[in-house]
Design a protein around this ligand. Structure first.
Ligand SMILES: N[C@@H](CCC[C@H](N)C(=O)O)C(=O)O
Length: 308
């Protein structure tokens, strides 16, 4: 096994990870090892595996990605793998779990941590305990986003009647967001009315997300899919509920980049850029501006484990 004996189980709003430190950079996991450790019955269990290592130790990085880490002042790198063993460019919740792990290990001093990822360097600020988000809250500057044409895809779930328009959002990793409902009394802009008129899926809590959604036209990289209901909408801020089926692992209790993609799409439909979004694992805040997205939520270290 290339993985060290000591690993840590962590989660960030219920998105759970097996995490380990590879300071020497010689513990790159194989896809089979990732699948074994993330298996909930035969392994430790997790939505993904995170190796915290040096940018130089990540074999698949291009020269440009390494240079971005150097320019961005990131000494440490989050090497993220989905539970099925595939690589992912980014994991928003994973950055917070990794930062808490690095903080405990004394790998950064002060309140901010600059972490390299395949989608660039992310800066995290430690905010401590902060209601209503929970304990050990971090705000992550996720950076730039890119949205495709609004509603250009159709999202359906095999075995469930109906479909809804889906919008592609690149958060460093690929997402498709479908707004499937809004609470009664919400002021409906023409763009929101248009989205909801075309949506014919059950309400968010009733969706069967054990089944992988189908996106048409298909996205070559595959994608994470978010289903959203707007719960409240004010002039400056709104509230929504979101569930997600992730590329490489299925339904998860939370997805940080998915929350960012959700807020980007909601802003495009409503003009509002600040959202408190409830997922099955908690509540997080997302702030979207033209140039970037910031994500605020908690992180938890659950246990240190010695593999046998
Ligand atoms: N849960 C993560 C995203 C993890 C990667 C994703 N499944 C992908 O393949 O893009 C998050 O919090 O952002």
């Amino acid at each position: 096994m290339s993985i060290p004996q000591r690993v840590t189980k962590a989660h960030a709003t219920g998105n759970d990870f097996v995490l380990y430190l590879d300071a020497a950079g010689d513990r790159e996991p194989t896809a089979a090892e990732v699948r074994f450790l993330c298996d909930r019955h035969f392994g430790v269990g997790g939505d993904g595996l995170i190796r915290l290592t040096r940018p130089d130790a990540v074999a698949d990085l291009t020269a440009a990605q390494r240079e971005a880490c150097a320019q961005g002042g990131a000494e440490w790198f989050m090497d993220y793998r989905n539970a099925d063993g595939s690589l992912a460019e980014m994991c928003g919740n994973g950055t917070r779990a990794t930062a808490l792990f690095a903080r405990r290990a004394g790998l950064f001093a002060g309140g901010t941590f600059r972490l390299g990822t395949r989608a660039g360097v992310k800066e995290l600020a430690y905010l401590g305990d902060l209601e209503p988000y929970g304990r050990d809250v971090f705000r992550v500057d996720i950076g730039a986003w890119r949205m495709g044409e609004r509603g250009a895809h159709r999202v359906s779930i095999p075995g469930t009647e109906g479909s809804a328009p889906g919008t592609f959002v690149d958060m460093g990793n690929p997402h498709v967001v479908a707004i499937v409902g809004a609470a009664a009394g919400i002021d409906r802009t023409p763009a929101l009315r248009e989205a909801l008129a075309c949506a014919g899926l059950p309400d968010v809590p009733d969706l069967d997300l054990a089944v992988k959604p189908v996106v048409s036209p298909a996205i070559p990289t595959d994608q994470n899919v978010e289903f959203v209901r707007i719960d409240a909408l004010g002039e400056d801020a709104g509230a929504a509920t979101m569930r997600v089926n992730e590329r490489g692992c299925g339904e998860t209790l939370s997805c940080g980049t998915g929350l960012c993609a959700t807020a980007v799409t909601l802003r495009a439909h409503t003009g509002v850029g600040v959202w408190d979004i409830t997922v099955r694992g908690g509540v997080l805040r997302v702030e979207v501006s033209d140039g970037d997205v910031r994500l605020t939520g908690s992180a938890t270290l659950v246990a240190d484990l010695d593999l046998l």
